[in-house]
Design a protein around this ligand. Structure first.
Ligand code: ADP
Ligand code: MG
Length: 883
C-alpha cells in the first residue's frame, strides 16, 4: 500500500512505528491499544488475540488486533517476559477537544531489562539491565542497574570471558551496546538468551548527571553514560532514584565462573531451575525483600578481604548469642516493606496513598530497630548505628497528611487527612454542611407535605432531586416543586434552593478532589528529595536482615564460626554438605573431615560410585563460599585460608545451546582452571576424563594432576574412578590419597560415606549395578567379563591395571617448575600453526593427496565428533599420506 493510500491515522501510526522497529507498538485508540501489520500478526499469536483487519474494503486490508487499556499491563508483561519490547503510545490530548488528528506519543518503551513491575514473585530478585562498551582493544566497560531499586554499578574488564561470566552471573536479560562491540560477540550473547539493544549516542541526562560523580576513568563514564542514556530514552520519566554509580573491582571478590555457580547449585537447582534445594534456599531466612536481594548478591560475590569478612562474622556472632534481641529484630523487620522499590516508585511518580502508608509504617520501625541493635551492646555495630538515619521527617510528613487507610486511586479524593490543610477543610465543610442541609430539607418537606417516604437523592445525570412516589403525588401541593424526571412509579423534582445547594456541594467536591491531588503530589515531591537517604537506610536494614538470617541458620543447623588463617592450612573438622544434610536429615548424614596441611595440595579421592565423593567435594566448595560471605559453616570446627577463586569441573552439564559435546565442555572447564588458578585457589575436578575412552581419559587425568601439582599448587580435590592414579602418591609429594569407605556384607555393598586415608581397594561398579536392581544373570556375566579383562590387562599392560605396582610416571620435577608464575607458553602450547603447515612446504608444492588432507582437516566439525571418530579420521589421513 502506498503512503498516499493511507488514512491520516495510519500515516501517524507509521511515523511512530518507524522509530520503534524492534518493538511492538501499542497504539492507543479510545479504550484500546491497537497493533497493526506485522505487529498484529505476531502479537495476535503470542497473546492469543483475534486478528481482524482495518479497512476491509481496500485492496490490501491492514491486519489489526487490540487489547483493552484496563488490562494492558498483563499483555505487556507476557510479551516482555518472552524477551520482546513494547512501546506504549498514548493519546496526548482529549480526543473530544482535539482539532484534527489526536496527538499521540510513545510514553515508555518497556523492555526485559527495564521492567519494574515484577510482582511478588520477583520481590527477592533483582532485574538487571546491563550496558557494554569496548573503547579500546582488551578493554571493556560493563555497567548494570536495577531500575526498580536504582542500584547502579560499573566495572572494567580485560577479556571477553570475564565479561560473559559477569553477564551470566547477573542473569541479565538485556544488554545495551554501542557500535564498539563486534557482531559475532553479540551473537554469542544472543545464543545465551540475552536481548541486545543498540544505543549509539550517549546524551546523558541533566536530572541524573550526578551518577557519574565517583567514577574516575573514561571507560567507566562512557559505559554508565550509555546505560543512563538508554534508560532515559526508553523510560521518559523521572529517574531521580538512580544511585551514584559504584565502581567495583571484580578481583576484589571470590571469583567463580558461571558454570561453577550453576554446578554447585548456589542459587538455582540444576534439575528444576528453582530456588528450592540450593544454598540460597538454605540460607534465606530474610524477612524483607531487600534482605533477600542482598543475600543473593552476597552469594554471588563472596569477599576476599579478611577484615570485611570478619566484620560480618562478628555481627552474625552477636546476633547468634542474643536470642531475644534477634527475635525482636525479626519482628520489626517483618513490618518493613520494600523501601528500595518504594523509593523507586516515588521517583517514577507512580506511588499511591497506600504505598506512602507502607513507607511510613516501615520508617516507624526504624527507631525500634535502632534500639534493638543498641541493646546488643556490641561495639561492632557502632558505625552501622552512626550511619542509621531513620528519615523520621518523611514518616512525620506522611503521617500528618495521609489517612491511615487511603484508597488505591490518588485521583478521587479521600487520601488527605482532615486538619492537614485549611482550604481542604473548608471545602469538606461545605460538602458536609450541604449534606446536613439536605437532610434537614428532607425532614422539613416530609413534615410539610405529610409524605413520609419523600426522599432526597442524587444521580450523576440529574444531580440532586426530591422523589415522590406516584401514590403520594396527589398529596403534593401544585407548584411546590419543579418537575425534573418521570419514572415508572415516581416523579422527581427540584427547587431553586436545591439547585443552588447542589452547585455549592459539587463545586466543593470537585475543588477538594483537585486540591487533594495537588497536596498529594507536593508530599510526593517532598519524599522524593529524601530518596538518597531512604536508599542508604534500606541498605543498612537489608544488611541487618542478612545478618539475622545467617544467625538463624547458624543456630538451626549448628554451624560454627570459621577461623580464617593466613597460610595454606585447611582443616575442617566433621564438615557437612548443608543442603544434602537438610534434605537427608541430621541423623542420616555422615560428617567428614577435610585436612590439607600446607604440604598437601591435592586430595585424590577414590571410592565406589554413589559413595559420596561428589558430595564431599561440593561440601568443601560450599563451606568456602559460606565462610567468605561472612556466614558460619557446617562443621564442628573450621580453619581455612581465604581463597581467591573457585574452579569446578563437576557433573555432565551438556552445553546444548552452543552445540558443544560434554567432553569438550569438560576439557574447556578444566583448561580454564589450569590456566587461571593460583596457589590461593580451590579446584574441584570430579571424575575428569570420564567422557572419553579409558586410556586417553586416564592419560589426561594423570597429566592434569601432575600439572596442578607441579605448576599451579592450588588446593585441589580430584575424584577419580581410575584406581591406577592412586599410585601417584608415591611420586607427587603434595598429593594424598583418601577414599570413601564401603564394606561388603553378605555380598552386598554398604556405603559408609566415611572418608578414610589411603586409596580404595576396588571399584565396586558391579555391586552398584546390583544395588540398582539389575538381573542376576547379567551381573554374573559382568563378573566373568571383568575377570577376563583383568587377566588380559595383566598380560598386556601391567602398568595400567595393577594399582599396586608403581606406574611409569615422569612428572616435571617440582624444582623445575616455577610455583607462582603462569606456565611458560613454550612448554605447554602446541607448536604455532604456521610451523605446522611448513611440514607440507609451500602450497604450490603440495601433492594432490596432501592438498586433499589439508582441505579435510579444515572442513572438520571437531565439536560434533567423539574423540574416537577423530582418531579414525587421523588414521585415514595417515593412510592417504603414506601412499
Ligand atoms: P559419588 O560421587 O561417589 O558417586 P555422591 O557424592 O553423588 O557419590 O553421593 C551419592 C549419594 O550418597 C548422595 O546423593 C547422598 O544421598 C549420599 N551421600 C553422600 N555423602 C553422604 C554423607 N556424607 N552422608 C550421608 N549420605 C551421603
Ligand atoms: Mg560423583
Amino acid at each position: 500500500m502506498t503512503k498516499a493510500n493511507l488514512t491520516p491515522m495510519m500515516v501517524q501510526y507509521q511515523k511512530i512505528k518507524d522509530q520503534y522497529p524492534d518493538a511492538f507498538l501499542f497504539y492507543r485508540l479510545g479504550d484500546f491499544y491497537e497493533m497493526f501489520n506485522e505487529d498484529a500478526v505476531k502479537g495476535s499469536q503470542l497473546l492469543e488475540l483475534t486478528l481482524t483487519t482495518r479497512s476491509h474494503s481496500a485492496k490490501n486490508p491492514i491486519p489489526m488486533c487490540g487489547v483493552p487499556h484496563k488490562a494492558v499491563q498483563n499483555y505487556i508483561d507476557i510479551l516482555v517476559d518472552q524477551g520482546y519490547k513494547v512501546a506504549i503510545c498514548e493519546q496526548m490530548e482529549d480526543p473530544k477537544l482535539a482539532k484534527g488528528m489526536v496527538k499521540r506519543e510513545v510514553i515508555q518503551l518497556v523492555t526485559p531489562g527495564t521492567q519494574t513491575d515484577t510482582g511478588a514473585a520477583g520481590a527477592k530478585r533483582n532485574n538487571y539491565l546491563t550496558a557494554l562498551t569496548m573503547p579500546a582493544q582488551k578493554q571493556f566497560g560493563l555497567a548494570y542497574t536495577d531500575l526498580s531499586t536504582g542500584e547502579l554499578k560499573a566495572a572494567q574488564m580485560t577479556n571477553l570471558d570475564m565479561v560473559v561470566n559477569e553477564l551470566m552471573s547477573l542473569q541479565t536479560k538485556e544488554v545495551v551496546v554501542d557500535d564498539t562491540i563486534a557482531d559475532d560477540f553479540l551473537d554469542r550473547l544472543r545464543q545465551l538468551g540475552m536481548l541486545i539493544s543498540h544505543q549509539d549516542d550517549v546524551q546523558g541526562s541533566a536530572e541524573v548527571s550526578y551518577v557519574e560523580q565517583d567514577l574516575n576513568t573514561a571507560t567507566l563514564k562512557q559505559v554508565v553514560g550509555l546505560l543512563v542514556t538508554y534508560v532515559t530514552v526508553t523510560q521518559k520519566r523521572s529517574l531521580a532514584h538512580l544511585q551514584r554509580a559504584v565502581a567495583y573491582e571484580p578481583a576484589s571478590f571470590l571469583k567463580m565462573d558461571h558454570s561453577s555457580q550453576v554446578n554447585l547449585e548456589i542459587t538455582q537447582n540444576l534439575r528444576t531451575k528453582k530456588k528450592s534445594g540450593t544454598l540460597l534456599w538454605l540460607l534465606d531466612e530474610t524477612k524483607t525483600a531487600m534482605g533477600g536481594r542482598l543475600l543473593k548478591q552476597w552469594l554471588d560475590r563472596p569477599l576476599i578481604d579478611r577484615g570485611a569478612i570478619e566484620d560480618r562474622q562478628s555481627k552474625v556472632a552477636a546476633l547468634l548469642e542474643h536470642y531475644f534481641e534477634r527475635s525482636n529484630l525479626q519482628e520489626e523487620l517483618v513490618k518493613v516493606y520494600d523501601l528500595e522499590r518504594l523509593a523507586g516508585r516515588v521517583a517514577f511518580g507512580s506511588v499511591n496513598g497506600r504505598d506512602l502508608i507502607q513507607l511510613q509504617t516501615s520508617l516507624e520501625q526504624v527507631p525500634q530497630i535502632e534500639h534493638t541493635i543498641e541493646e546488643l551492646g556490641d561495639p561492632i555495630f557502632k558505625s552501622l548505628l552512626q550511619n542509621l538515619d531513620p528519615v523520621s521527617d518523611v514518616a512525620d510528613a506522611i503521617r500528618a497528611a495521609i489517612v491511615p487507610e487511603p484508597p488505591l486511586s490518588v485521583a478521587d479524593g479521600g487520601v488527605i487527612r482532615d486538619g492537614f490543610n485549611a482550604q481542604l477543610d473548608e471545602y469538606r465543610d461545605a460538602m458536609r454542611h450541604g449534606k446536613n442541609w439536605l437532610a434537614e430539607m428532607e425532614a422539613h418537606e416530609r413534615e410539610v407535605t405529610g409524605i413520609n417516604n419523600l426522599k432526597i437523592g442524587y444521580n450523576h445525570v440529574f444531580g440532586y432531586y426530591i422523589e415522590v412516589t406516584k401514590v403520594n403525588l396527589d398529596k403534593l401541593p401544585t407548584d411546590r416543586y419543579e418537575r425534573k424526571q418521570t419514572l415508572a412509579n415516581a416523579e422527581r423534582f427540584s427547587t431553586p434552593e436545591l439547585k443552588e445547594k447542589e452547585r455549592l456541594i459539587l463545586e466543593a467536591e470537585e475543588k477538594s478532589v483537585a486540591l487533594e491531588y495537588q497536596l498529594f503530589v507536593t508530599l510526593r515531591e517532598q519524599v522524593k528529595t529524601a530518596i538518597g537517604r531512604l536508599q542508604k537506610l534500606a541498605a543498612i536494614i537489608a544488611s541487618l536482615d542478612v545478618f539475622q538470617s545467617f544467625a538463624v541458620v547458624s543456630e538451626d543447623y549448628h554451624f560454627v564460626q570459621p577461623q580464617l588463617v593466613a597460610g595454606h592450612n585447611l582443616k575442617i573438622t566433621q564438615g557437612r554438605h548443608p543442603v544434602v544434610e537438610k534434605v537427608l536429615g541430621r541423623q542420616t548424614y555422615v560428617p567428614n573431615d577435610v585436612t590439607m596441611d600446607p604440604d598437601t595440595n591435592i586430595l585424590l579421592i577414590t571410592g565406589p560410585n554413589m559413595s559420596g565423593k561428589s558430595t564431599y567435594m561440593r561440601q568443601l566448595a560450599l563451606t568456602v563460599i559460606m565462610a567468605q560471605m561472612g556466614c558460619f559453616v557446617p562443621a564442628e570446627a573450621a580453619e581455612m585460608p581465604i581463597f581467591d577463586q573457585i574452579f569446578t569441573r563437576i557433573g555432565a552439564a551438556d552445553d546444548l545451546i552452543s552445540g558443544q559435546s560434554t567432553f569438550m565442555v569438560e576439557m574447556q572447564e578444566a583448561n580454564r582452571a589450569l590456566s587461571n588458578a593460583t596457589a590461593n585457589s580451590l579446584i574441584l575436578f570430579d571424575e575428569i576424563g570420564r567422557g572419553t575412552a579409558t586410556y586417553d581419559g586416564m592419560a589426561l587425568a594423570q597429566a592434569i594432576i601432575e600439572y596442578v601439582h607441579n605448576r599451579v599448587h592450588a588446593k585441589t580435590l580430584f575424584s577419580t574412578h581410575y584406581h591406577e592414579l592412586t599410585a601417584l602418591a608415591d611420586t607427587l609429594k603434595e598429593l594424598k590419597n583418601v577414599h570413601v569407605g564401603a564394606v561388603e556384607r553378605d555380598g552386598d555393598l554398604v556405603f559408609l560415606h566415611q572418608m578414610q586415608p589411603g586409596p580404595a581397594d576396588k571399584s565396586y561398579g558391579i555391586h552398584v549395578a546390583k544395588l540398582a536392581g539389575m538381573p542376576n544373570s547379567l551381573l554374573g556375566r559382568a563378573e566373568v567379563i571383568l575377570q577376563d579383562l583383568e587377566e588380559a590387562a595383566d598380560q598386556e599392560a601391567p602398568k595400567l591395571s595393577a594399582p599396586t605396582t608403581a606406574p611409569e610416571i615422569t612428572p616435571v620435577t617440582p624444582q623445575a617448575a616455577t610455583p607462582t608464575t603462569a606456565p611458560a607458553a613454550s612448554e605447554s602450547a602446541p607448536t604455532p600453526v604456521d610451523e605446522q603447515l611448513s611440514l607440507f612446504g609451500d602450497a604450490a608444492d603440495l601433492t594432490p593427496a596432501q592438498a586433499k588432507v589439508l582441505q579435510q582437516i579444515s572442513g572438520l566439525n571437531l565439536m560434533g565428533m567423539t574423540p574416537m571418530a577423530v582418531m579414525n579420521e587421523v588414521y585415514k589421513w595417515q593412510q592417504k599420506l603414506s601412499k
